[in-house]
Design a protein. Sequence first.
Length: 94
Amino acid sequence: MGSTALVMLLNAALWAPALARVIDVPASATLPELHELLQAAIGWTDSHLHQFVTPQATYGMEIPGEEVWPEDQRDETGAHLADLGAEFEYLYDF
């Protein structure tokens, strides 16, 4: 099984210095699996909402307490790393 090297650079005004991580992610990874890998690589505890954002689409999890998905968000459950394209943003704690 092949893998794709994912280079993730995190830049946030509240962090100094900025964090940088390089992780290997299977090309067949689902977005929930990618989320788990990112959480582990950064040392976060998966205690906030997250989204994967591309110019074409936004993928995310169901928002607790909301009866409907945000209009522009797709369910991440069946989506894969390849669905994100070459570049994407990973939003966490918004």
